[in-house]
Design a binder for this molecule. Structure first.
Ligand SMILES: [Zn+2]
Length: 438
């Protein structure tokens, strides 16, 4: 192992060993404090050079540039989700086996955090000053309620700071991410769907299960869910981001499908029929989705519920929007006499412009840093902290500069999360190349 790789591996390994699982019940805050002091030890120049503010454990650093005209924000988070299930390498050992570094957070999101801070550390060491101010944000509660990033984005907004370019976690570099393409793509999220939880409640007078009558609460909920499941409730649309994705992928897709991908507007009626059949994730690119996730009836096996409910998790598309998406389901809920209630705190954020100078810049940096990789765009189904920064920026991008395979993709929030150690140096270099241009 080269001296540099040895250094990179040992730093990331230490970051993995400092466990930072976040939960809604506000556990021991000392471990987060310990992690923050570890960061100061590992990246001393970053913390010496930048001005730091703490928002309940989430950090905002400001690296002063020559100008304050076009500030940028590089962000990620240092909390992780629990490591349940049977891992083949202990989740917080940070051990390296067969050139892979294992542990919760290696990809989500301590790998990107390492690469970003290491890139900045090296640039400060070489005497570099950025052209414009660069803000660095790392959240403590992204995996729970994201309130650190929420507070930081509000603070920037109150100070009247507009950010020209935001980069957060998101897509990675993968071979054939959609299925059918013979190429390796750097997938950049130009937005994320809005996530909302809906509660549908059915009420009745209750009573004994021996004399049930018709259409009891659980039956109505069942009919309602079956109808939602069987219908195409949500509009499919070809957003500029997905249109761009098809065009980027087209040259690597053989046969007639390649021709269809190259002309997505012309072949839209084919695409909207074919894509949902390819996979649930291909369908999700085109429309709002809804999934029923929780349910409750009565407390006794012989008692008819006076109140029964189901919870659905909905991810709304930009073209349909939150209000319309809810209305489409509520219409069916009304038919079965159910009450519809929003039980989470949804936050809608717009898509960034695929034709903007800022996306072109990111695309060029990806090409420069990863020569055999094709940059492309998508819309994230999952939520990230970056949505809050749409308050202060029109150009919010979601991409982590790591090359991963299928197993590594499924290891995020799953078991055996790991990163190839030979992807660390290219990731550090990506941040260095990017920062030079910001
Ligand atoms: Zn994450």
């Amino acid at each position: 192992m080269s001296e540099k790789l040895d250094l990179y591996t040992s730093k990331l390994s230490k970051m993995i060993q400092a466990e930072t699982v976040s939960s809604f019940s506000e556990p021991d805050l000392d471990k987060f404090k310990h992690f923050r002091s570890l960061l100061k030890d590992l990246f001393p120049l970053v913390f010496k050079t930048c001005e730091m503010e703490e928002f309940d454990g989430s950090l905002l650093l400001e690296w002063k540039g020559v100008s304050s005209d076009k500030p940028s924000l590089l962000m990620n988070h240092y909390d992780v989700v629990e490591a349940t299930g049977e891992w083949s390498h202990s989740a917080f050992s940070g051990e390296v086996v067969d050139d892979k570094l294992y542990g919760r957070g290696t990809l989500d999101d301590k790998g990107p955090l390492f690469a970003m801070l290491q890139g900045i550390e090296e640039m400060i060491e070489s005497g570099f000053t950025p052209k414009n101010d660069i803000y660095i944000e790392t959240g403590r509660n992204e995996e729970t309620d994201g309130r650190g990033a929420d507070a930081i984005s509000r603070a920037l907004e109150e100070r009247g700071i507009r950010i020209d370019f935001v980069l957060d976690e998101g897509g990675e570099i993968m071979y054939d991410p959609l299925g059918g393409a013979d190429g390796t793509f750097a997938v950049v999220g130009l937005g994320e769907k809005c996530t909302v939880d809906l509660k549908f409640t059915a009420r009745s007078a209750g009573g004994h299960a021996s004399t049930p009558g018709k259409n009891t609460p659980l039956v109505r909920l069942g009919k309602f869910m079956a109808e939602v499941d069987s219908k195409d409730l949500f509009k499919k649309s070809l957003s500029p981001v997905i249109k761009n994705m098809f065009k980027d992928m087209a040259p690597t897709v053989k046969g007639p499908l390649g021709f269809v991908f190259a002309h997505p507007t012309f072949f839209w009626s084919i695409l909207k029929t074919v894509m949902p059949k390819v996979s649930p994730s291909a369908k999700a690119l085109l429309q709002t989705t809804i999934a029923f996730t929780m349910a409750k009836g009565s407390d006794g096996d012989n008692v008819l519920p006076q109140e029964a409910y189901v919870i659905a998790n909905m991810r709304t598309s930009h073209h349909e929007g939150l209000e319309h998406s809810i209305a489409a389901v509520k219409k069916i809920a009304d038919k079965y006499g159910l009450e519809t209630e929003v039980v989470s705190d949804p936050f809608e954020s717009p898509l960034s412009d695929v034709n903007s100078e800022q996306y072109k810049l990111l695309k060029n940096i990806i090409k420069e840093s990863f020569p055999n990789v094709i940059p492309t765009t998508y819309i994230m189904n999952g939520a990230s902290d970056s949505k809050y920064f749409s308050r202060v920026s029109n150009n919010v991008f979601r991409f982590a500069p790591f090359t991963i395979d299928e197993q590594q993709l499924s290891s995020i929030h799953g078991i055996d999360e790991n990163v190839d150690i030979d992807t660390l140096e290219p990731a550090v270099n990506f941040y260095r190349n990017l920062i030079k241009e910001l």
